[in-house]
Design a protein around this ligand. Structure first.
Ligand SMILES: Cc1cc2nc3c(=O)[nH]c(=O)nc-3n(C[C@H](O)[C@H](O)[C@H](O)COP(=O)(O)OP(=O)(O)OC[C@H]3O[C@@H](n4cnc5c(N)ncnc54)[C@H](O)[C@@H]3O)c2cc1C
Length: 404
């Protein structure tokens, strides 16, 4: 039966992943009547997200973090270890949060807990209606945007936020092209139990096929993101738990002692992609509908949450002032406000990943030199840390702890 759509909202968010849920909550908390169209995940997402401090502040400000805190592990130290075995090897670099006056860089949480906390909060907001359905088409005109649902209903709104992931139909409807490239890499993800404590330290081993990253979870647990070439990833995926645990223990140089695997393995082919614009024709895109980057340095969803916070801030302010929340001026501002943050981070992660894959000696030397300088030059290291946690170019109000 078609969903009851008698009251058209001011905004529709398409996609109930973490970016869409955050955008919908930000709008509704700010008094904008909003509908979120999306289904609950059919399969669990076996990933974790390292949320940087400013993202945690935003979730605190939205009243979501209190349901996440018990499931999240603090990140106090980040180690980067060159495990390429190449001639030009970088020194180990250790970043400590207290060097920049923070208790922690952020927190790591399993995606299923983060999404559950967002979903639970979304369900109690009076200005937010959740429709458990998919959008089949999106069409904008000068006055509004129509979102048609698989159940047959149609929603009309002044603004549509496309949080519908990589194959976004909202992005297509806005007429926005994507610039994209695939890497010859796959990320395997899994959560682990281990015999030694992680001491709130994440460790990123850089190997010639990509990073092997262990990130703390509560108790003696960690999540692993292991980036490999696809054939190697397929071989590992064939292994039973005991054999894979032994491989992981070897690759981690036993820093966490004996490893035991938790149920649920993930496999993610790696891409880099950026939308040419982030908004047009009454449609703004957020999260992976706007940008995809490889899982290096925990940037992807942190960027997505800043997208959600920024469009939320602009739309709430326009709504309060009686302006059109999907107007061309507002969308142009959104586009401008997100460009530098998304562009610089995508470029940095892409370049870094390519230096790992490169067999060209001078390129390897450059990466080693870069890390050497970061290790040796205190002010540079602190600047890198500050930029990683709280980017100078983009600190929307929610990331500063200010309610909308
Ligand atoms: C291995 C790995 C590790 C990562 N680790 C980190 C990390 O530590 N820190 C970090 O910041 N980022 C990390 N990322 C990135 C992060 O996972 C992504 O940025 C994030 O999941 C994207 O969220 P999203 O809401 O934009 O998209 P998605 O989670 O893909 O959500 C999109 C939603 O839209 C729905 N949808 C699609 N089409 C429609 C439609 N037509 N109608 C309705 N709904 C629709 C989908 O079903 C889905 O629910 C990692 C990524 C990978 C691959």
């Amino acid at each position: 039966m078609p969903a009851r759509l008698d009251d058209n909202p001011a905004a529709v968010v398409v996609g109930s992943g973490p970016a869409g849920l955050t955008a919908a909550i930000a709008l509704a908390e700010g008094g904008v009547s909003t509908v979120l169209v999306g289904r609950r995940p059919a399969r669990p997402d076996h990933r974790t997200t390292a949320l940087l401090a400013s993202s945690v502040t935003a979730l605190e400000t939205l009243g979501v973090w209190r349901s996440c805190a018990a499931q999240a592990a603090p990140l106090e130290i980040m180690r980067v270890v060159d495990d390429t075995g190449r001639l030009w090897r970088a020194p180990e670099v250790k970043f400590a949060a207290d060097e920049i006056g923070l208790d922690v860089f952020g927190y790591n949480i399993e995606n299923r807990h983060l999404i559950a906390a967002l979903d639970q909060h979304a369900r109690v907001l009076p200005k937010l209606r959740l429709i458990d359905d998919d959008a089949v088409s999106v069409a904008s005109n000068a006055d509004d945007v129509a979102v048609s649902l698989t159940s047959g209903g149609v929603l009309r709104a002044s603004l549509v936020i496309g949080a519908d992931g990589r194959k976004s139909i909202c992005r297509d409807a806005a007429g926005i092209a994507m610039q994209e490239r695939s890497y010859p890499q796959v990320a395997l993800t899994i959560c682990l139990r281990h015999s030694r404590p992680h001491r709130d330290t994440s460790t990123e081993f850089h190997t010639a096929s990509g990073p092997f990253t262990l990130v703390p979870l509560p108790e003696n647990r960690s999540s692993l993101v292991w980036v490999l070439d696809p054939a190697e990833a397929d071989e590992l995926a064939e292994l039973d738990d005991a054999a894979l645990a032994a491989k992981i223990e070897r690759a981690s140089h036993s820093i966490l002692g004996k490893i035991e695997l938790e149920p649920g393995r993930g496999r993610f082919p790696l891409h880099v992609a950026t939308a040419r614009r982030f908004a047009d024709n009454r449609i703004a895109v957020v999260g992976e509908a706007a940008h995809i980057i490889p899982p290096i340095g925990a940037q992807g969803l942190n960027l997505g949450l800043r997208d959600a916070a920024t469009i939320g801030e602009l739309a709430v302010a326009a709504h309060r002032n009686g302006h059109d929340i999907g107007g061309a001026d507002l969308l142009a501002r959104y586009n401008k406000m997100r460009r530098t943050d998304i562009g610089t981070r995508t470029l940095a992660v892409d370049l870094f990943n390519r230096t790992l894959l490169s067999d060209f000696l001078p390129v390897q030397g450059m990466r080693g030199l870069g890390l050497y300088m970061i290790d040796r030059i205190g002010p540079l290291r602190r600047a890198v840390m500050r930029e990683g946690v709280a980017p100078a170019a983009a600190q929307p109000r929610l990331m500063r702890g200010e309610a909308l």
